[in-house]
Design a protein around this ligand. Structure first.
Ligand SMILES: Nc1ncnc2c1ncn2[C@@H]1O[C@H](COP(=O)(O)OP(=O)(O)O)[C@@H](O)[C@H]1O
Ligand SMILES: [Mg+2]
Length: 292
């Protein structure tokens, strides 16, 4: 049975989308993965450059008939198979690819759709994923940076969360605010997770600010998790920090997945690939140990 993992934080610009994209690609080397853009800003959808890879008419038709908006009308939708965008005409890929499916974001209409539902609106993503998640090994959700109906849908549909925290001053205050929100939702719905991962992002070891914030995450933040009534019961792991490196935005600028970009054009940055492999391994192990 597939694990639904969401990348969350109610702050924008902390690396959620970048992490979701890179992790989905990592898992998709050997697994069947579904990646969902659940953000009205549709950053991940833009990065996929669907119009370049698919016939325009097909994509327009797909976006209107299979839009994720439909799950708020309690209808089912079919994810888009994007495995082919990672292969050339001969069917070869730079980095191994098994199967990657994608649900794009239609933009802000998703917000309106979620808010307009009457009754039980927080559980609709969960209900949809219960139907499709058995077809996947991993479902990765790129969540939006705000507390809303959409956001509660993400929290309630997930088996595990990755809380992305940028290692900058004030990040901890925001991250603590997030814990309170999360704890309230978990209590209201009597919901828990198999695992909670904390991921420091955009870490610059040259900067004092970053070093202090990382130390705070490792220390007081990890301890404070345990003081929340609902969050405190969840097994928690601090993942290895992702460094602040231009290769992340360089790959996105040319609309490549990080792994394919580095192996194809920037092999000097393979240390980042190893880091991602390790992070994915830790997540897999923890989810297996936790069981389902
Ligand atoms: N580890 C990193 N090092 C350098 N830049 C990064 C890193 N992670 C993300 N970025 C850049 O930071 C910006 C915000 O990242 P993004 O993943 O879109 O954040 P969010 O989804 O939380 O809003 C993007 O331009 C992205 O390319
Ligand atoms: Mg984003």
């Amino acid at each position: 049975m597939g694990s639904v993992i969401s990348i969350v934080n109610q702050k924008g610009g902390v690396g959620k989308t970048t992490t979701a994209q890179a992790l989905a690609r990592e898992f998709a080397k050997t697994n069947k993965v579904l990646l969902i853009d659940f953000d009205g800003q549709a950053t991940l959808t833009e990065l996929m450059d669907l119009n370049k890879h698919f016939d325009n008419e097909f994509i327009n038709e797909y976006m209107s008939t299979e839009s994720i908006v439909k799950i708020f009308e309690r209808a089912s939708i079919k994810p888009l198979d994007i495995t082919g965008i990672l292969k050339d005409e001969s069917g070869n890929s730079i980095v191994t690819i098994n199967e990657l499916h994608f649900i794009p974001s239609p933009g802000n209409s998703i917000v309106a759709a979620a808010e307009s539902v009457s009754g039980g609106k927080d559980m609709l993503l969960n209900k949809y994923l219960q139907k499709v998640k058995d077809e996947y090994d991993y479902v990765i959700i790129d969540a939006l940076p705000s507390v809303s109906t959409l956001f509660r849908n993400v929290l309630l549909a997930s088996d595990a969360l990755i809380v992305a925290i940028q290692t900058k001053t004030n990040a901890i205050a925001g991250a603590n605010g997030f814990l309170q929100v999360l704890n309230d939702v978990l209590e209201d719905y009597d919901k828990t997770y198999n695992h909670l991962f904390i991921l420091p992002t955009m870490y610059n070891k040259q900067r004092r600010d970053d070093k202090e914030t990382l130390a705070e995450i490792m220390g007081s933040y990890m301890t404070s998790l345990k003081t929340y009534t609902s969050i405190g019961k969840i097994p928690t792991t601090l993942l290895e920090e992702i460094p602040d490196r231009t290769v992340f935005s360089n790959a996105q600028a040319v609309r490549y997945f990080l792994q394919d970009y580095i192996e194809g054009f920037d092999t000097g940055k393979r240390d980042i690939l190893l880091l991602l492999e390790n992070i994915a391994k830790v997540i897999t192990n923890k989810l297996e140990v936790g069981g389902k």
